[in-house]
Design a protein around this ligand. Structure first.
Ligand code: DSN
Length: 417
């Protein structure tokens, strides 16, 4: 790989230098975007390998191209590892992303115009769960359930009422900004009472699910999709798990239904990541993600921040900035914290009155810092820095002092590899 880097530096110094700058940015900042992580060097090498050169439309042993003998082995191993990791009956490891994994499930189960029920994007759902200008919202007739106003936890009664009223073919669950445990069994019960199937999109919590630290949707849900790059810490991509009876429909919805040639290099990187997640130390890692997040939550609460739902069960907290200072917007806070070396994202909170480009909240996650080896005490320190930056309303001197501190912490905990 070192040879490859030298080659890139010589042949394309502009791109080489941009990648170097990004590597420096990641090393020198505290990445707390809940959906990001630092993949291992083994994952990066596989994703950057010569497998990118190979066309392999079809499935192992049934390709439309010659010369697939080695990529067949890679994909077979990725499938086997995915099945072992999640305990699923069938896996398709070809989707390029989580959205495409969802798309393939929709294509396999729905006709345009069919009714679907999913979580409201502004309550923590995802674009591909029926947002009106996403393909999902354009093709299908989505209805959305949300969270209760008081507890900010999923309103299963509303889900049940909407399911009775609209008789959706599919109920989609899973979220991108929900700090609490999801009750998959309850959702499956509601779905089955109303003749629907369930798609659990576990993109955010996959690393917690596969280690038994979050209830498992695999036994009860017909379809489970995930990205592989969040808590799972693999390459940027997607995967689908389903019951055996859906093998054929899911496989053909992926190819030729939804995409052409798979990204063989990324499939190899997924196989590497699945193997890493099967190892016992990954469970320690996943447990530490949660411990760190709870320490962060406690520390923020003690500084007077209000957290949506009052805390967290998983890898993220959703901070309601209004109770701390009515004037603050997520957009402003994202910029101040960035300048101080803490990277988070602005996020709508349930029943937010601000626009998505402004927001009243920020989402903060612990998977990436946990990969760097940081522990509870570091989360307490980071909460203190967040408090200082916000209390000063982004005062330049305060921000710049904290920037020096965050650089020092990053140096102490380099990204592994
Ligand atoms: N999955 C989203 C996130 O949580 O950041 C982006 O689509």
């Amino acid at each position: 790989m070192l040879g490859y880097w030298k080659y890139l530096e010589k042949s394309d110094p502009e791109i080489y230098s941009m990648i170097q700058k990004e590597e420096h940015r990641q090393q020198s900042m505290l990445g707390m975007i809940a959906s990001e992580n630092h993949a291992s060097p083994a994952v990066l090498v596989a994703a950057g390998s010569c497998l990118t050169n190979k066309y392999a439309e079809g499935l192992p042993g049934k390709r439309y191209y010659g010369g697939c003998e080695h990529v067949d082995e890679v994909e077979e191993l990725a499938i086997e590892r995915c099945k072992e990791l999640f305990g699923c009956e069938h896996a398709n490891v070809q989707p390029h992303s989580g959205t495409q994994a969802n798309m393939a499930v929709y294509f396999s189960q729905l006709e345009p115009g069919d009714n679907v029920l999913a979580m409201n994007l502004s309550h923590g759902g995802h674009l591909s769960h029926g947002f009106n200008i996403n393909f999902s919202g354009k093709l299908y007739n989505f209805f959305s359930y949300g969270v209760k106003r008081d507890s900010e936890t999923i309103d299963y009664d509303q889900m049940s009422e909407l399911a009775k009223e609209h008789k959706p073919k599919l109920i989609v669950c899973g979220a991108s900004a929900y700090p609490r445990t999801i009750n998959f069994e309850k959702i499956v019960q509601i779905a089955h009472e109303n003749g629907a199937r369930v798609l659990a999109d576990i993109a955010h919590i996959a690393g917690l699910v596969c280690t038994g630290l979050h209830p498992d949707p695999i036994p009860s849900c017909e379809f489970v999709t995930s990205t592989t790059h969040k808590t799972l810490r693999g390459p940027r991509a997607g995967t689908i798990m389903c019951k055996k009876e859906y093998t054929k429909t899911i496989n053909s919805a992926v190819f030729p239904g939804m995409q052409g040639g798979p990204l063989c290099h990324v499939i190899a990187a997924k196989a590497v990541a699945f193997a890493e997640a099967i190892r016992p130390d990954f469970k320690e890692y996943a447990k530490q993600i949660i411990n760190n997040c709870q320490a962060l939550a406690e520390a923020l609460l003690s500084k007077g921040f209000r957290l949506c739902t009052g805390g967290t069960d998983n890898h993220l907290v959703l901070v309601d900035l209004r109770s701390y200072n009515e004037k603050l917007t997520g957009a402003q806070v994202e910029t101040w914290l960035h300048d101080a070396g803490i990277v988070v994202n602005k996020n709508l909170i349930p029943y937010d009155t601000r626009k998505a480009t402004e927001t009243s909240g920020v989402r903060i996650g612990t998977p990436a810092l946990t990969t760097r080896g940081m522990k509870e005490s570091h989360m307490e320190q980071i909460a203190e820095w967040i408090d200082l930056v916000l209390a000063s309303e982004g005062d330049e001197k305060v921000v710049s002092n904290i920037r020096n501190d965050t650089i020092a912490l990053c140096r102490q905990y380099p990204i592994p590899g």
